[in-house]
Design a protein around this ligand. Structure first.
Ligand SMILES: *[C@@H]1O[C@H](CO)[C@@H](O)[C@H](O)[C@H]1NC(C)=O
Ligand SMILES: *[C@@H]1O[C@H](CO)[C@@H](O)[C@H](O)[C@H]1NC(C)=O
Ligand SMILES: *[C@@H]1O[C@H](CO)[C@@H](O)[C@H](O)[C@H]1NC(C)=O
Ligand SMILES: *[C@@H]1O[C@H](CO)[C@@H](O)[C@H](O)[C@H]1NC(C)=O
Length: 401
């Protein structure tokens, strides 16, 4: 969903950016001069905020995202949907009048979920909602039928390792935080395989559930057998946990038809300020900043920023322009898997900070659809992105490294 923002943003930019990108004059400026320069953007920032929040761009990012998401749907790397998404963005960016929009061929690993289902056979028949975890191997064509062992932690798994052999491990780990609890998704299959399990099912990483599995990536280790793995709902994990504490025998039949293609042809959409995922193809000295919005577009409070102390002071000053919408905070560290490459190479980075209290309710689930989005909150996010990128692109000096 994040790239659509850029379309919106660039459309706004094209209405405002009168001046060409410029790097001239006598430098470096003092911080006092930079502060004054930034204060000079107050009216432009207000105009952008008005346009995005109250004016003719109101709800534009929501509406564009809706067309995009409804038309194209989910788009894993290397998939046909992603191909369609890239073509869509390519033409949308061109229509918006951006310069230098082009595609760069890349090879990416492509994983296909395939058909999949799980059925509890004992103590009673009950369909179990699953979503295969990214990169999971398939089950044999006839599926796997095995007894279940339910554990609440890796520690418990290790203590009961003798019991786990030949079984399906069900992790019913409590949700602490995404960062901590996601370990069960990422290495649940490896830990289960190490003790001889035939498959693993992970309680979805979420604090709230209406019987929806939440998928995500997982990794195998070279020296550990690869076993099929999927996520299940919080409700089913808790039910199996209760059954197992009562001493009830649980048997599950699991069938997954996943496939991995290591080197699928694909494309990157590249535009003037979007950049490329492959820094070696670009002169990154010319990039002011890379920005990513990968944790929802709810009510924004500011940005996370990664860069030098001097650049941080400047960004803090720029964020004061967002006082009319209370999104002035600058937090430590930008994060985003798409901007990591550049930040590692020294390009300053920013990521949107917004109210993520409900983000993981929907994250990576079938429920992550337009219904979750609030047009008013998206307007605020659009204003944050647009003001920040406009000002940084227009200032006389580049952000210091
Ligand atoms: C934007 O969305 C809000 C919330 O759905 C709605 O109240 C408002 O009328 C919409 N504005 C426009 C211009 O469509
Ligand atoms: C449970 O499901 C299995 C497999 O589909 C089926 O063979 C069996 O008859 C079902 N048992 C009951 C009690 O419905
Ligand atoms: C990259 O850009 C910087 C700043 O514009 C310039 O000084 C440098 O020579 C460029 N490097 C290459 C390899 O083009
Ligand atoms: C900004 O925050 C202040 C203090 O919490 C509040 O009074 C004000 O209504 C907020 N303004 C907006 C636009 O959210």
């Amino acid at each position: 969903m994040k790239y659509l923002f850029l379309v919106f943003l660039m459309n706004l930019l094209s209405q405002y950016a009168g001046k060409p990108l410029r790097r001239g004059g006598s430098y470096p400026k003092s911080f006092e001069d930079i502060k004054n320069e930034i204060a000079g953007y107050t009216d432009i920032a207000k105009a952008i905020i008005d346009l995005a929040v109250h004016g003719k761009a109101q709800n534009r990012s929501y509406e564009r995202l809706a067309v995009f998401a409804d038309t194209i749907g989910p788009r894993l790397s290397g998939s046909k949907n992603l191909d369609a998404a890239i073509k869509y963005m390519f033409s949308a960016l061109q229509k918006d009048g951006l310069e230098n929009v082009h595609l760069e061929p890349v090879k990416v690993p492509h994983w296909e979920r395939g058909e999949e289902f799980a059925m509890m056979l004992e103590p009673r028949n009950q369909s179990i909602a699953i979503l295969g975890l990214g990169n999971s191997v398939a089950t044999p064509p006839e599926g796997i039928t095995a007894e279940v062992i339910v554990v609440t932690s890796f520690d418990e798994l290790h203590k009961r390792s003798q019991e786990a052999k030949g079984k399906i491990v069900v992790y019913n780990e409590p949700f602490i935080s995404y960062g901590e609890t996601v370990q069960y998704r990422v290495r649940g299959a490896v830990e289960a395989a190490k003790v001889g399990a035939v498959a693993s099912l992970i309680r979805s990483i979420t604090s709230f559930s209406i019987h929806s599995p939440h998928t995500g990536g997982q990794s195998y280790q070279p020296d550990v057998p690869q076993i099929p793995t999927a996520c299940i709902s919080v409700e089913d994990a808790e039910m199996m946990s209760r059954m197992s504490l009562r001493g009830t025998k649980i048997v599950v039949h699991l069938k997954m038809g996943a496939k991995t293609y290591p080197d699928s042809p694909s494309f990157n959409t590249v535009a003037e300020i979007v950049g490329s995922k492959y820094p070696e193809q670009e002169n990154i000295s010319n990039f002011d900043i890379v920005m990513e919005s990968d944790e929802g577009t709810f009510k924004p409070s500011g940005l996370g920023f990664t860069g030098s102390a001097k650049a941080r002071e400047i960004v803090k000053e720029i964020m004061t322009l967002l006082l009319p919408i209370n999104a002035t905070d600058v937090y430590d560290n930008a994060d985003g898997t798409d901007i990591d490459y550049w930040m590692r190479d020294g390009v300053p980075g920013a990521s949107l900070h917004n109210d993520i209290s409900k983000y993981f309710w929907f994250h990576h689930s079938q429920g992550d659809m337009m219904t979750v989005q609030d047009p008013n909150q998206m307007n605020l996010c659009a204003a944050v992105w647009t003001v920040v990128s406009y000002v940084i692109a227009d200032m006389e000096e580049m952000l210091p490294r």
